[in-house]
Every structure is written in C-alpha cells, then in structure tokens.
Design a protein around this ligand. Structure first.
Ligand code: K3U
Ligand code: ZN
Length: 177
C-alpha cells in the first residue's frame, strides 16, 4: 500500500464507528499504511488524516501543520505519525475556527475546540511519546482523534449557520471574488 487511497465519505459506516487499537506499531503493514496515508493527505492538500478515512478501521493518524490563509500564524510542522493517539488533557480556552474534512467535501464548519491539547501516542518504532500542541496544530489533533471515535466535525457545531458550502466560505470568509 503506497499509493493514494480512496477516501470514505460521510455516511459510510466506517467513519461513524470507533477505530481498533494497533497491537504492534512496528508491523510493516502499519508502516506501509502510514506511507499511503501521507501520500493521500498530501494529494488532497490536507493538514491531517486518519486511517478510517481511507477505509482502514485502525487507530493511526497524521498531523502536519503549515501556515495558510485562515491560519497565517500556524507553525510549519513536519508530519507527525501517531499510532494509538489519546488526548490526555485539553486546556486553554474554547476557540472557534474554520475546518474542512476530506470525508465531507464541499463543506466548511466553524468548530469550537480547546486551544491546547496533550496527546499520548506511539511511534512507528514503538516509542511512547507525550506531546503538547497549541493553536492550529491542537485543532488538527482534536479533529483527527475525533475521527478515531467516529465523530465528524458537524457534530461539534452548535449553530447550523456555522456550516457553509465551500463556495460561500470562499466568498464570505476568504473574501474571494
Ligand atoms: O481544511 C483543510 C485545510 C487545509 C489546509 C489548511 C487549512 C485547512 C483541508 S481538510 C483537512 O486538512 C482536514 C483533513 C481531514 F479531514 F482528513 F482530517 C484536517 C483539518 C483541517 C482543518 C482543521 C482541522 C483539521
Ligand atoms: Zn476530517
């Protein structure tokens, strides 16, 4: 598995159920899956991806922050591959920000999330890591860990008017013509 993989779309069962724990993070099949996830994420210009989004129901995500029009101050972060990630603490303040999702094309949502998150995960070499994230990377981590619990961003939105079509998002929020 080292190609771009087909992406599951909202409504497909796999996106609405919990992912399975990976028993051996050093298994070559997991390394190959991580490689394909990275290829798929980059091919779709995403900043994160979770294995259930490519129809594999296991607990594996990638997070890769970079500055962009909505989050110009976002840090440049090398991709972090997380096996069996668990958010152990959320703190700071609740802050709403615009999110998209590869599995919900054409939709954007203004999603409230904590500004800070601590995540415990394993690496592909089996090392146990605990790492703190702040701002946009913390938002991506929460979005990706939600995927492992079968949660998609619209569930987090309190007001329906905080969901826009991609077209309206570009007009209203990015101020494109
Ligand atoms: O919304 C997207 C985006 C891309 C670059 C900069 C800013 C936003 C593309 S969708 C995306 O990257 C999701 C990927 C998903 F669905 F597979 F997890 C991750 C994400 C985007 C924005 C906020 C939080 C998470
Ligand atoms: Zn998503």
């Amino acid at each position: 598995m080292d190609n771009k993989l087909p992406v599951a779309l909202r409504g497909e069962k796999i996106l609405h159920q919990r992912a399975e724990r990976i028993l051996d993070p050093t298994d070559p099949e997991i390394r190959d899956l991580a490689k394909s996830l990275l290829i798929t994420m980059r091919a779709t210009d995403g900043v994160g991806i979770a294995a259930p989004q490519v129809k594999v129901p296991v607990s594996l995500v990638i997070v890769e922050s970079r500055p962009n029009r909505r989050y110009p101050d976002a840090p440049v972060m090398e991709p972090i591959i997380m096996v069996n990630p668990e958010i152990t603490e959320l703190w700071g303040v609740m802050d709403s920000g615009w999110e998209g999702c590869l599995s919900i094309p054409g939709l954007r949502g203004y999603v409230p999330r904590f500004t800070n998150a601590r995540v415990k995960y394993e690496t592909l070499t089996g090392e146990l890591v605990e790492k703190d994230f702040e701002g946009f990377p913390a938002r991506i981590v929460q979005h990706e860990c939600d995927h492992l619990d079968g949660i998609l961003f619209p569930v987090r939105i309190e007001d329906c008017s905080d969901i826009l079509s991609e077209e309206e998002y570009r007009r209203r929020i990015l101020k494109e013509a």
